[in-house]
Design a protein. Structure first.
Length: 150
């Protein structure tokens, strides 16, 4: 198939990054634009990324810690005031679910809250879409581990 166009290979033209699946035989396509439409918002505003390459050395640590914990050092969930705990709870349960048993927020979750606290407009559709893609990738890699271990 090398050198052939998408159409020659029987593929649809590339319109952007999408999540494609089917549910009960019905094709389902999810994109940032569709999420923005469903939320009734524009896909614009701050986006600092879900995929922070190295959270331990990220330049976000000091900035976020000053905002959340009023210190350059990372605090614990218990150190947050009630407003920030509530924002994290809303984020975990409604916007960007957090897996795992720890109640400690990831740096990506802290960065998102940082933007909200500072009154910055965030690109919610992009955050949700990137989070969905990250979770899909993780579930696929876990699925391949399950196959190997079975």
């Amino acid at each position: 198939m090398e050198g052939k166009s998408r159409e020659e290979m029987g593929l649809e033209p590339f319109k952007g990054i999408e999540i494609r699946s089917s549910m009960m035989g019905v094709p389902v396509v999810i994109s940032e634009e569709i999420i923005a439409y469903v939320l009734g918002v524009e896909a614009s505003g701050q986006y600092s990324g879900i995929e922070i390459p190295n959270p331990k050395t990220s330049s976000w640590n000091e900035v976020v810690n000053k905002t959340l914990f009023k210190s350059t050092k990372a605090g614990k969930y218990d150190d947050l005031d009630i407003e920030k705990k509530m924002l994290l709870k809303i984020q975990y349960e409604n916007l960007l679910p957090k897996g795992g048993g720890s109640d400690q927020p990831s740096l990506a979750h802290k960065v998102f809250i940082y933007h909200i606290i500072n009154g910055e407009k965030v690109n919610m559709p992009k955050y949700i879409f990137k989070h969905m893609m990250k979770e899909l990738r993780e579930s696929q890699s876990l699925g391949s581990l399950w196959k190997i271990n079975l």
